[in-house]
Design a protein. Structure first.
Length: 277
């Protein structure tokens, strides 16, 4: 893609995603032939600070709702999007989102498409039908864009005030409400990418190492030291970005793993989901 094909709208979108300057964004998109993920990597390699949860920035307005079953074995998270904050704060829109979350919780859908096919209410109306009805009624694009499930011996759902951020987390065994909420709030606040080091996917690891190597070379470090220093930066990434290795937000003298172990030696996290508008 040539420079002339990089539109102002694309540049502005990348600015919103990354927080980088206009000219930096234009250059990054040009170098990346218009590919946003590659443009983000280009900016990071130049040492620019980029929002960690860039994929979440594409969402506009709406509500994020998490719920767990009464027996604490299953939790779901749904995202119902709309175009304006005015609609998101409307009481009827909130009721629709809450009903859809309840349908998700009480159903056995394995995917978003399966969830949309479930009955929203009686008279043969499905969730997909209800979405279409809401578009006609409200006059905005209304979309059920996300559906996540966590099942575990113990699950906790946390909704941040305002319903723009929610988390669900599974534990290896029963635990107290306070511990469950502490970890769910940790995930909300610190946005880890995985539970532990071994859970980070290979593509993410390679990307982090590639970016680290590029920055180290720009600092003028000898080539034979690049890999060693890059591995050190990767360890820092694990510390900052994997849940069990993060500093616990209520006591930064211990990690989340240490906090859980002190509470119950057999307690850990099986999985989690987090979403933010």
């Amino acid at each position: 893609m040539s420079t002339t094909m990089i539109s102002a709208a694309d540049v502005n979108k990348l600015r919103q995603i990354t927080g980088a300057g206009m000219m930096d964004c234009k250059k990054a998109l040009t170098e990346a032939n218009g590919d946003f993920e590659s443009a983000i990597d280009f900016l990071r390699k130049k040492g620019q600070k980029v929002a960690a949860n860039r994929s979440e920035r594409d969402a506009k307005e709406g509500l994020v709702i998490a719920k767990s079953t009464a027996n604490g074995k299953k939790a779901v998270l749904i995202v119902l999007n709309c175009e304006t904050d005015f609609v998101a704060k409307n009481e009827d829109f909130g009721k629709v989102a809450d009903t859809m979350a309840n349908v998700a919780l009480n159903g056995n859908s394995k995917s978003l498409d399966e969830l949309k096919a479930l009955p929203y209410a009686g008279n043969g109306v499905t969730i997909a039908d209800k979405l279409t009805e809401q578009v006609g009624k409200i006059g905005e694009k209304i979309e059920l864009s996300r559906y996540e499930i966590v099942e575990a011996p113990k699950v906790v759902a946390y909704n941040h005030p305002g319903n723009r951020l929610a988390t669900i987390v599974g534990f290896t065994k029963e635990t107290t409400a306070d511990i469950g909420k502490d970890v769910a709030m940790q995930i909300a606040a610190m946005a880890p990418v995985a539970v532990d080091k071994g859970d980070v996917d290979t593509a993410t690891l390679e990307k982090e190492l590639e970016i680290a190597r590029e920055l180290i070379r720009q600092e003028g470090k000898p080539e034979d030291m690049v890999e060693k220093i890059a591995q050190g930066k990767l360890n820092k990434f694990f510390k900052e970005s994997t849940l069990l290795n993060q500093d616990f937000i209520k006591d930064n003298k211990k990690t989340v793993a240490q906090y859980l172990k002190e509470s119950d030696s057999g307690l850990s996290v099986t999985s989690f989901k987090r979403y933010s508008l």
